[in-house]
Design a protein around this ligand. Structure first.
Ligand code: SF4
Length: 72
């Protein structure tokens, strides 16, 4: 299990590199959130929640997942 979570204010995006097909959809589609040259490479706060949800939905492999960020 290599899934890693990237927590944002409203949503948390997780990524499993063993599942990723490296299609590049995420980086091409929403570079403000998915930037392979940045650390951490996923910034869930880089775009609107709607945009992040839509882009995660375009991941063909299921490597990306999204869930509401848990608040205390
Ligand atoms: S869209 Fe999904 S499968 Fe494609 S590079 Fe991004 S995480 Fe990997």
């Amino acid at each position: 299990m290599t899934r890693k979570s990237f927590e944002g204010r409203d949503v948390t995006v997780s990524f499993d590199p063993e599942v990723c097909q490296h299609s590049g959809n995420c980086v091409r589609g929403l570079a403000a959130v998915f930037d392979a040259n940045r650390k951490p490479w996923i910034d869930p706060d880089g775009a609107s929640v709607e945009e992040v949800i839509a882009q995660v939905g375009r991941c063909p492999s299921g490597a990306l997942r999204i869930e509401p960020t848990e608040t205390e």
